[in-house]
Design a protein around this ligand. Structure first.
Ligand code: GUN
Length: 293
């Protein structure tokens, strides 16, 4: 078994981005790329993600800013914030961290984002362009997953790829990306969800298994074909006596047993997570270079 080391690849890509920031912006006297994030409420996972995005921006020389609002923000105020960020020429791209509080309709907020600044790739215009294989921002986690497969020279053409979970952020877009006529892509993709029958029989056929269902340790060794490639998108905090913080991160895959059977596997942490963040940086770089829309 070999690790798909997302941390290592993400660090390489960050160095490439930092070099571009220097060559294309700083050395020419131009402002570096600027990513903004909107963070509503106190959700601990969202705070961790946004802090990680800010740190990554600092590491590559981007400017970053965070717009924080209380849980009880109104729909009108949040739409105003999006309008402000759309209009601000100093901000190249921005994200609205999800989930949003219950009183806010996520779709309405996302649809208000200028697609040219939608570096999360969540706007229906960007998703539509992704489906049609047109230039667009790819959602960060799917983009990170295909980049990781690419950098490890894992062939996807003609392979059976099974995706577990059909979220709008991961499962649905990654299944589309990998079935597109492109490289990576050209795979036969099966998307499983809560209504799928006999998931074990389906996953056992997978050359590449991508797990994004949000159930800790769901994928066991008997569900995985010998020498399959396994990509684990799950992130769960579980109590641990071995760490200072009192918890550690685990994925949707039973890593200990599954790793003995597969050819490649992503660790949690250090697999898909760092690739997601670096993909957001890549989208922001493209936004700043006006490469997309
Ligand atoms: N919540 C979980 N993942 C993401 C992401 O990639 N972007 C945003 N905006 N919110 C998220």
């Amino acid at each position: 078994m070999k690790l798909l080391d997302g941390k290592l690849v993400a660090d390489q890509i960050k160095s490439e981005i930092a070099a571009e920031v220097k060559d294309h912006f700083k050395d020419k006297g131009l402002e570096p790329p600027h990513l903004a994030a909107v963070l509503v409420g106190e959700d601990p996972a969202s705070q961790t993600y946004v802090a990680a995005k800010e740190k990554a921006c600092r590491e590559v020389g981007f400017t970053s800013s965070v717009y924080r609002y209380p849980e009880n923000i109104t729909r009108e105020k949040l739409l105003e914030v999006v309008d402000f960020l759309n209009a601000d020429d100093e901000i190249n791209g921005f994200i609205v961290q999800l989930p949003l509080p219950a009183q806010i309709n996520e779709h309405e907020i996302i649809e208000r984002i200028d697609p040219a600044k939608d570096v999360d790739g969540f706007h229906p215009v960007n998703i539509g362009k992704m489906v049609l294989n047109l230039p667009c921002y790819l959602p960060a986690t799917p983009f990170g997953i295909i980049t990781l497969l690419e950098r490890y020279n894992i062939e996807t053409a003609g392979k059976n790829i099974v995706v577990l979970g059909r979220s709008h952020i991961v499962g649905t877009p990654v299944s589309i990306l990998l079935s597109r006529k492109s490289n990576p892509g050209n795979a036969t993709v099966t998307l499983c969800h809560s209504f799928s029958k006999d998931i074990h029989a389906i996953t056992a056929q997978a050359d590449i298994l991508i797990v994004a269902m949000g159930k800790e340790g769901f994928v066991k060794a008997d569900m995985v074909k010998q020498d399959a490639v396994v990509v684990d998108v799950g992130v769960h905090r579980v109590p641990s006596v071995d760490t200072k913080s009192g918890f550690r991160l685990k994925g949707d895959v039973d890593f200990e047993r599954v790793s003995r059977k597969c050819s490649y596997i992503t660790p949690v942490p250090g697999g898909v997570g760092p690739m997601t963040i670096v993909s957001l940086l890549r989208n922001t770089l493209r936004a700043a270079k006006k490469e997309v829309i």
